[in-house]
Ligand binder design. Structure first.
Ligand SMILES: CCCCCCCC/C=C\C/C=C/C(=O)SCCNC(=O)CCNC(=O)[C@H](O)C(C)(C)COP(=O)(O)OP(=O)(O)OC[C@H]1O[C@@H](n2cnc3c(N)ncnc32)[C@H](O)[C@@H]1OP(=O)(O)O
Length: 302
């Protein structure tokens, strides 16, 4: 089975070069995230980046409607945005948020895991691993401003950030709900949750596929702050000031010290993890469970 589709190769094949704000904002000079003037937004079709180099950070907005599901193309674009900001010395931090009203992310794209062939599953999983590794280990400060419901893979992305602010709306639940779909959270999803909320809370949350509403998410430590919905971004910006005040090298080395052992577990067995995923997701029973779940999502509309 061909496992080796590097994310960079993937990037070349899937993406157009950087484009200036596609969609409604195309060609406009928008106010930068921190309010600076004259700094152009940039991005790709599914990721809008609002840079504020003077303040040292950028707001990265996910916009893969309707639900910011993490398709292969979307994962790739997120990675490219991250890489671009990481390689620019003007940026020390990112605020990750959503441009889709009421939805932070519906998690991994079920269409990428359903009815496809093993080569595709392997390519997809490699991209999912890469996204986690890059966000989890980024030398930048990454704060998520969670402005919507946030399931499974989307929750993993938020858990990979250094700090989480969640909008206070009871509809905005978040968690690793894989078991509700009849699948399981991989060990590195589990490790990331354990590192955030502790073993007992993670054990219960993972088995029951719990999605925590804001007050509970705060109580168990899944998020660090809950604020009124219209203050999510400003709260993330305020928090950033504290992180940016710390000498960068000291903070980065400390982050690496805390996170590297967790990341190394996956790095050591990356190919085996891909093979496990492909075997697991290709099972007839798992495919059936995913189809039933997708059908339920569609039926709830009727
Ligand atoms: C031996 C060990 C080996 C280890 C193997 C490990 C295997 C582990 C594998 C994978 C881990 C999986 C991680 C995941 O992230 S799975 C995804 C989990 N996500 C969810 O459960 C969320 C599902 N979505 C929802 O609950 C809702 O859509 C919502 C609350 C996010 C938004 O609700 P609403 O605004 O009412 O929108 P709709 O439900 O109507 O959805 C609109 C549209 O989007 C489609 N859709 C929703 N979610 C997804 C998704 N995750 N992927 C793809 N498509 C999605 C939905 O079906 C609708 O489509 P439409 O009817 O065609 O418009």
């Amino acid at each position: 089975m061909a496992l080796a589709v590097g994310i960079r190769g993937l990037t070349r094949s899937l993406l157009r070069p950087w484009v200036r704000v596609p969609g409604p904002a195309r060609g406009r000079t928008e106010p930068a995230a921190g309010g600076g003037d004259g700094v152009r937004c940039f991005g790709s079709p599914r990721v809008l980046v609002e840079p504020d180099p003077a303040a040292g950070f950028a707001v990265m907005k996910m916009r893969n409607p309707p639900v910011n599901s993490l398709s292969l193309e979307f994962l790739t674009e997120l990675l490219i945005s991250l890489e671009k900001l990481e390689s620019d010395k003007a940026f020390h931090a990112i605020i990750l948020t959503s441009d889709c009203p009421g939805i932070f992310s519906a998690g991994l794209d079920l269409m990428e895991m359903c009815g496809r062939d093993p080569t595709h599953y392997a390519e997809y999983w490699k991209a999912v691993q890469e996204l986690w590794l890059r966000f989890y280990l980024s030398h930048l400060v990454v704060i998520s401003a969670i402005n919507g419901v946030n399931a499974a893979g989307g929750c993993l992305l938020a858990l990979s950030c250094d700090y989480r602010v969640l909008a206070d709306n009871p509809k905005y639940a978040m968690g690793l709900n894989e078991t509700l779909l009849g699948i399981i959270a991989p060990f590195w999803f589990k490790d990331t949750l354990v590192n955030t909320v502790g073993h007992r809370t993670a054990e219960r949350a993972l088995q029951l596929g719990l999605l925590f509403p804001p007050a509970e998410a705060l109580q168990v430590g899944m998020v660090d702050k809950v604020v009124p919905e219209d203050q999510v971004l400003s709260a993330a910006r305020s928090e950033l000031a504290q992180w940016l005040a710390i000498p960068g090298h000291a903070r980065q080395l400390t982050k690496s010290l805390m996170r590297k052992p967790t990341a190394d577990r996956l790095l050591k067995e990356r190919d085996a993890d891909i093979q496990n995923f492909v075997r697991f997701i290709s099972r007839d029973a798992i495919q059936k469970a995913l189809r039933v779940y997708l059908e339920k999502l569609k039926q709830k509309k009727t």
